[in-house]
Design a protein around this ligand. Structure first.
Ligand SMILES: [Zn+2]
Length: 147
């Protein structure tokens, strides 16, 4: 799965933890480990391959939007920690994204990924997943703004 849905899932978990506990420290202490764990299960949703242009449009641009939303949320570090936590397993196995940008030079590891079967997304569903993730991220940012 690409980074945007992972980041959004991490953020939804930490935001929900914050809402339930009304305590940002607990949102970090409980939410971040759960956000890291969510990655493994989310990778059973197997997205279609995106071209380089599509990666820019459906993963890099949404990541920049996420960053701007983090600045506006009033909880910048919680949002950034949620992004790192949600994508952490890929940051490790995909060597901070180098394997995506330079697939010939850097080979993806599978230390933290052993999913073989899962639900396969069409190209259209893969793109929709990214757009829906950004809409959810906007919603979570608006929730965090109130806290
Ligand atoms: Zn992954």
């Amino acid at each position: 799965m690409y980074s945007n849905p992972h980041a959004t899932t991490g953020l939804a978990i930490t935001t929900a933890t914050y809402v339930i506990t009304q305590d940002e420290s607990l949102a970090f202490a409980i939410g971040i480990p759960l956000a890291i764990a969510s990655h493994y299960f989310l990778d059973y949703l197997i997205e279609s391959h995106l071209s380089k242009k599509e990666i820019i449009l459906y993963d890099i641009v949404p990541s920049l939007i996420y960053f701007v939303l983090a600045l506006l949320s009033g909880h910048f570090w919680l949002m950034m920690a949620s992004w790192v936590a949600g994508t952490l397993l890929d940051l490790i196995d995909k060597k901070l994204g180098l394997t995506v940008l330079f697939p010939k030079k850097f080979k993806t590891l599978r230390f933290l990924h052993n999913q073989k079967n899962g639900i396969r997304f069409t190209l259209k569903q893969t793109k929709i997943a990214s757009v829906v993730s950004t809409i959810i991220t906007i919603g979570m940012m608006l929730v965090l703004k109130q806290l």
